[in-house]
Design a protein around this ligand. Sequence first.
Ligand SMILES: Cc1ncc(COP(=O)(O)O)c(C=O)c1O
Length: 398
Amino acid sequence: MDKLRAIDSRMLMGPGPSDVSPRVLEALGCPTIGHLDPQFLTFLDDTRDMLRVIFQTKNPLTLAVSGTGSAGMETCVVNLIEPGDKMLVCIAGVFGMRMAEVAKRTGADVTTINVPWGQVFDEDQVAGAIDKHGPFKVVGIVHAETSTGAAQPLKEICKVVHDSGGLALADTVTSLGGMQVSVDGWKIDACYSGTQKCLSCPPGLSPVTFSPAAQEVITNRKVPVQSWYLDLNLVCQYWGSERVYHHTAPINMSYALYAACRLLLEEGLQPRWRRHMVHHQALKGGLEALGMRYLADPDHQLPMLNAVAAPDGVDEASVRSRLLNEFNIEIGAGLGEHKGKAWRIGIMGESCTRRHVEACLGALGLILSEQGVTGDAEAGVAAASASYSAWQAEPTAE
Ligand SMILES: Cc1ncc(COP(=O)(O)O)c(C=O)c1O
């Protein structure tokens, strides 16, 4: 117990997990009850209703998979794909690569297309790949690529996929709850997310939703889903009216997700997206004033995940470790091609406040000025303040 009490709380400003509200932590500590207890089942139903609002969908097949975002990815792929089915994966970073790997292991006939890291796909590129190598049963893409900080034009790409008769699969692990994700409006057929990013819940569940067309594909499979645990035809017997035991639901994590969804909906979807944009603009102004360059295409930068090149000559790992050990601030390292060269600064959910932005810029300014990288330690905070002043007329900036 002493070791648990000694845990230092941090400001979580990496690529996830993000800070968790005391209300969500309190929910985690509620009494554990049985997974078939009628009291518990009402939480599942309420959470599913709230997830529909958050995903902006009416899809009956909406639930939280027991497992992190990768389990959601795997659930979508294994349920939609049968051996030999053709799938196109659009790769713009590490998580697109992961989706392609999952698809290959499922026995799909996988085609991949790539853009340079930090760039986004044009719908014509996707249409071209479908014309040349398709048709595809499923086309998968990561909306918010956490390794690069770029947002893909999901709406446009889903349209192209639909026009070709395929199913559009979207990873919204980082985007959901921090920017618009409109499952019905954009005609996304299968969509998964994670709890530990903009939903600001601990990691452990993966909200998923499937369109009626995707659900039909799953119901009418010729061969059983290769993963027994993630087989939605079985899992749905628990989430549906039958309430048949499949696996033991993660009870306390389900309370936490319930509380996190409530918090999000109390704030409102649009105010929440706007809050992420307000703080992103301030953080961006501050990071650029400290001499940092964003890695993603300027027209497609994510608000919640700010990937920047570490300044030349700076040992990025030692800066991150000073932020953690001296300031209790966690930021993320570069992934894949950006390893050792970049920082990924997350402002997700509870971590998306003026306090977080200014603390991070203040600490980074101090460390970088000590290393002679910037002459003005306060330049970052000053630029952020100017950005907040520009938003001043807007009431939701904290
Ligand atoms: C875009 C994206 N997809 C998938 C994942 C995998 O999620 P998890 O680590 O929760 O399994 C992540 C995790 O960072 C992610 O950022």
